[in-house]
Design a protein around this ligand. Sequence first.
Ligand SMILES: [Zn+2]
Length: 213
Amino acid sequence: MSGFSKPDRSEHTDMNIDFNKMDGLVPAIVQDAISGKVLMQGYMNEAALAKTQETGMVTFFSRSKNRLWTKGETSENFMELVSIAVDCDGDSILVKANPRGPVCHTGADTCWNEANSSKTGFIDQLRAIIKDRKNNPTDKSYTASLFAKGINKVAQKVGEEAVEIVIEAKDDNKELFMGEAADLLYHYLVLLEAKGYELDEVMEVLIERHRKK
Ligand SMILES: [Zn+2]
């Protein structure tokens, strides 16, 4: 999974940002790369953007400090860069990041005082990794080896993991249960990919069912 967390800093070469509209500054909106929550908003100048890309830690131009300010430089609650995108007019930046701690100086998770604890967005990253292992298999990848063995083996693994979580459900060991819960979810996602189906299609079934009630 290491290949996924590294920011793609090559993107900036074709970014066309209009720093002249607002005296050299452009608003930068930071979104949690996993939960999708909007974390905070600051301003970047060219130097802040360059430092963000070089260090992999989100850095702003602070108007009150009148200097570059790397979020977390005093609190250690850095925001690790995942990706940067520029909006349609070239005058607003969307930064996706992984925050190491609460983002706001008040101690809140976000500057809008929202909780940011959901990790379910990681399923989308996991699905992308699984798809990549199918399309670009390597010898070292367990996921790729599952695809290589074919649909019967993948389906059988889901069955085995289902039995294992049933066994752990009867016990009281949270750690073992969580391990089996993760194994089942992972193999379930591999099975969907092996069948060529998207998780969104499963969601559509659930949404439709919910609608009928
Ligand atoms: Zn704040």
